[in-house]
Design a protein around this ligand. Sequence first.
Ligand code: IMP
Length: 195
Amino acid sequence: MKELIIATTNNGKMKEMRTLLAPLNIEVKSILDEFKENIEIEENGKTFKENALIKAQTIADKTGKVTLADDSGLVIDALDGRPGVESARFLGHDTSYIIKNNHILELMKDKENRSARFVCAIAIVIPNQEPILFEETFEGEIAKEILGENGFGYDPIFYFPPLEKTSAEMSMEEKNQYSHRAKAVKKAIDIIKEL
Ligand code: IMP
């Protein structure tokens, strides 16, 4: 296999993906690289796995090429799993993460249970084969304040006790050692190597 399409238009995610998939030594293309424009995909699944499959299947059908999609989000136990599959749309797609993160800190103000996890589901669609689907997690807690400038999205409020820092304070190397996406992509690499 020479190339792999990643069904995402999220630059932060694509940057992590390129680093993680580098060991495969194949061309890794985003939706924008492949189509030169954004392709709107309605993520109306109820689970991370369903959404990953919708994205990968849509792009694989359009390109006829092996496509990988991830669907990820933040699951907070004290908020009944919110924002969950709504993570990107939480408070509106275009609302800044400063606002989203502050809102979550407010919702979590009096909560004793601060356990949370990032979840990453991956779907790999190989034309004319059964899709491959799996999920990994990055376990942590909701911080008490916004901290750190690395990463993206909810990283500044996601505290990782083993390193005593938020994932926005972790270097890319550290995040790629522990994160939901890193663990899921490592699994994907093993699968893709066999293709
Ligand atoms: P997706 O593009 O539908 O998978 O949306 C994922 C959303 O979940 C992102 O837009 C972020 O809000 C959040 N998210 C997923 N992974 C991470 C991460 O590693 N750090 C911070 N936020 C994340």
